[in-house]
Design a protein around this ligand. Sequence first.
Ligand code: PRP
Ligand code: URA
Ligand code: MG
Length: 219
Amino acid sequence: MLTGPTEPFKNVILLPQTNQLLALYTIIRDQNTKRTDFCFYSDRIIRLLVEEGLNHMPVEAKTITTPTGQTYDGVSFLGKICGVSIVRAGESMEQPLRDVCRSVRIGKILIQRNEETAEAELFYEKLPEDIHERNVFLLDPMVATGGSAIVATKVLLEKGVKQENIFFLNLVCCKEGIDLYHKEFPNIKIVTGAIDSGLDTKKYLNPGLGDFGDRYFCI
Ligand code: PRP
Ligand code: URA
Ligand code: MG
């Protein structure tokens, strides 16, 4: 069951809300789910997000010969990609990306929300030199106010990455976060699995799943 708005958002690609996907979200949203299961089922969702992101990569025509001697008119991927994780929670999405794209380059942007004000603060970035020539999968499982994603995206644009080459992969977001993000960057595609109904007084997603970083790495 969808927990938030159902109307389509421009440049938001919502994974098909199949029973399987909803069952995965039910596990990771459950406060009683232990860390090993939280990680395992989150990884499964992240894998689906990565596969969907790859559906938007450019291809070129390629003809091959099959073992039966027949030709097959197919396609092959064109261009280069890289991942950029918003540390810490975004690092959870690196391995599922590597599982699909072997030896993919990964950059990091360390951003933390101030626990009092929920304002995003940038501490550090290290990105591939040629990032401006790449399609970039920006990785962060949570979009609440949208502040962290906006700060991270500004770093990418300053490095010369084009908006149309950024694909933001995300597990849970909400209308407030999407609207703020797309007010700044209308052409960036957000690939998500869940759009929640809003934020609580502490700016946590509602119903959400709590603090993703703590649940994946710590508790
Ligand atoms: C979380 C999350 C996002 C951000 C979302 O990170 O991973 O980066 O909050 O909130 P926003 O949309 O209101 O900016 P957090 O700062 O808690 O750091 P963590 O990854 O170390 O948990
Ligand atoms: N960060 C999280 O981990 N969860 C939220 O609900 C909001 C920000
Ligand atoms: Mg956190």
